[in-house]
Write a protein that binds this ligand. Structure first.
Ligand SMILES: NC(=O)c1ccc[n+]([C@@H]2O[C@H](COP(=O)([O-])OP(=O)(O)OC[C@H]3O[C@@H](n4cnc5c(N)ncnc54)[C@H](OP(=O)(O)O)[C@@H]3O)[C@@H](O)[C@H]2O)c1
Length: 327
C-alpha cells in the first residue's frame, strides 16, 4: 500500500507518498481500506518531530479516517468485511489501509457521505468528551469556544447549540458570518476585541459557564476571568504555550475548575468508552442533520504537503480532508 511518510522532521515538504508494508490485524482489530482522512493540528506537530505517535500506534500521521472494512482479526464480533465505517485513530490515517481497534470504529452516520465521514471522529470524540463528560455543559448555560473556525470549533459550536447552550466564539473576523450560520450567538474578533469584556457584556456580567480552550498558557488568566461562578475551563490545546500564571484566589472566589485533557494518549478502553458515548449522544444529532461535518475542502492524499500548508495558514474553516486514490 501507499502511505504518507515523514522522511526527516521538518516542513510540509517532508511529507511523501511512499510504498510501505500493509498492516495486519491483531486480536480485536480490523483493517480499514481508507477512503479519506483529515488534517488535525496535531499532525503538523508530528511532522515537525514534536508529537511522536504513542507506543504501538502506526507511524504515519492521521488521527481519523473513513473507509471500508477489508479484514477482521480474531475476537471481532460486531463488525464485518465490507461495512462502511469511520474511526478514531492513534495514527496511521494518511494511508491506503490502517489497523484499528474495533472499539474505535463508528458506523457512517445516515445522510453523511463516506468521504465527509472522515471529518467527524476526532472532533466528535474530543468535543463530546470535554464539553459533556468533563465540563457537563447543560441547556441554558453559556459555552465560550476559542478558535471557532477550527475543525474542533466548528463542531463545538453546533454541538453546544444543539444542547441548548448559548455559544460564544473567538475567531478572526472573516470567519464570523459562517460561524453564526453554524449556531454561534456571538462572535468575537480576538485580534480587535477583549474576549473577557465581551463575554461579561453579553452574559450580563455572569461570564461563561464552560470554556473550551485551545490557547493554553497565553489565555489562562483571562479565561479564568471570563468564567462564571461554578465555571469549568477545559484546556485541550496549547497553541499559546504550555505555561501561564494562575491566580488561585480567582478560582476560589468563583468555585471554578480548570482541567486539561488529551485524547490521543488515552488507553484503548477509554477511547472505546468515548466512542460509545459519541455513538449514543452525538450520532443521532448528526443523523437528524442538527450537527453536520464542516469540510473546507477535499485534497488528494498524495498532496498532504499542500493540505498542511493550508492548515498552518489557518485560512481554512472546518476540516481539510485527504482522499485516497480510487481503486
Ligand atoms: N486535547 C485533545 O485531545 C485535542 C484533540 C483535538 C484537537 N485538539 C486541539 O484543538 C485545537 C484545534 O484543533 P484543529 O485541528 O481543529 O485546529 P485547526 O483547524 O488547525 O484550527 C486552529 C485554529 O486556531 C485558531 N486561533 C489561532 N490563534 C488564536 C487565538 N489567539 N485565539 C483564538 N483562536 C485562535 C485559528 O483561528 P483563526 O483562523 O480565527 O485565527 C484556527 O481556527 C488545536 O490546538 C489542537 O491541538 C486537542
Amino acid at each position: 500500500m501507499y502511505a504518507i511518510t515523514v522522511d526527516e522532521p521538518g516542513g510540509p515538504e517532508a511529507l511523501r507518498w511512499t510504498e510501505v508494508p500493509d498492516p495486519e490485524p491483531g486480536p480485536g482489530e480490523v483493517i480499514v481500506d481508507v477512503r479519506a482522512s483529515a488534517v488535525n493540528r496535531a499532525d503538523l506537530l508530528q511532522r515537525q518531530g514534536h508529537y511522536p505517535p504513542p507506543p504501538g500506534a502506526p507511524a504515519y500521521p492521521g488521527l481519523e479516517c473513513s473507509g471500508v472494512i477489508s479484514a477482521t482479526g480474531s475476537d471481532v464480533a460486531d463488525w464485518r468485511v465490507g461495512q462502511e465505517v469511520c474511526a478514531l485513530l492513534a495514527g496511521g490515517g494518511y494511508a491506503e489501509r490502517v489497523v484499528v481497534p474495533a472499539g474505535q470504529l463508528l458506523p457512517v452516520p445516515a445522510g453523511v457521505d463516506l468521504v465527509d465521514a472522515a471529518a467527524l471522529p476526532e472532533v466528535a470524540c474530543t468535543v463530546w468528551s470535554n464539553v459533556r463528560q468533563v465540563a457537563g455543559l447543560r441547556r441554558g448555560e453559556t459555552l465560550l469556544v476559542h478558535g471557532g473556525g477550527s475543525g474542533i470549533g466548528t463542531f463545538a459550536i453546533q454541538f453546544g447549540a444543539a444542547l441548548g447552550a448559548t455559544v460564544l466564539v473567538t475567531a478572526r473576523s472573516g470567519k464570523h458570518d459562517r460561524l453564526r450560520e453554524l449556531g454561534a450567538a456571538h462572535t468575537i474578533d480576538y485580534r480587535a476585541e477583549d474576549f473577557v469584556e465581551v463575554t461579561r457584556r453579553v452574559t450580563d456580567g455572569r461570564g461563561a459557564d464552560v470554556i473550551l480552550d485551545i490557547m493554553g498558557g497565553a489565555y489562562l488568566p483571562r479565561n479564568v476571568a471570563a468564567l462564571a461562578t461554578s465555571g469549568r475551563l477545559v484546556v485541550i490545546g496549547l497553541q499559546g504555550g504550555r505555561k501561564g500564571e494562575l491566580d488561585l484566589s480567582a478560582l476560589l472566589a468563583k468555585r471554578a475548575s480548570v482541567t486539561a485533557t488529551a485524547l490521543r494518549s488515552r488507553p484503548v478502553a477509554e477511547k472505546a468508552a468515548i466512542v460509545r458515548g459519541v455513538r449514543d449522544e452525538v450520532w443521532p444529532l448528526v443523523e437528524s442533520g442538527t450537527v453536520r461535518p464542516v469540510v473546507d475542502r477535499r485534497l488528494p492524499m498524495a498532496e498532504a504537503a499542500g493540505a498542511h500548508r493550508l492548515v498552518e495558514s489557518s485560512d481554512h474553516l472546518g476540516k481539510v480532508l485527504l482522499v485516497t486514490p480510487s481503486r
